[in-house]
Design a protein around this ligand. Sequence first.
Ligand SMILES: [Zn+2]
Length: 105
Amino acid sequence: MKRLFVVLLAAGGIAWWWRNRSSVAGDSWSSTPAQDVPSEPPKLGGEVDAELLAILACPLDKQPVTRQGNYLVCQECQRHYPIRDGIPVMLIDEALTPEQAAAQA
Ligand SMILES: [Zn+2]
């Protein structure tokens, strides 16, 4: 009976020592976060914040844009700016011209 008690005490001590040891090691590791972010290509679409949408404008003619499917469409030049993972890409180079957009539809 006494011997069992000693064994349990020793096991508890080891568990305590192990917990302390691993928590210290965890702290030293937390300064270097893992760099294993999956590098999937961004998908078209996603939710765009309404307030963000309200302040966005076409970089070409500074006209407001409206959402049409996965694109933001300029009311003036009808260029289609893609939304990728919820992030509007307001770049003329990335935009579809009205002709390209019509060809995609
Ligand atoms: Zn425009």
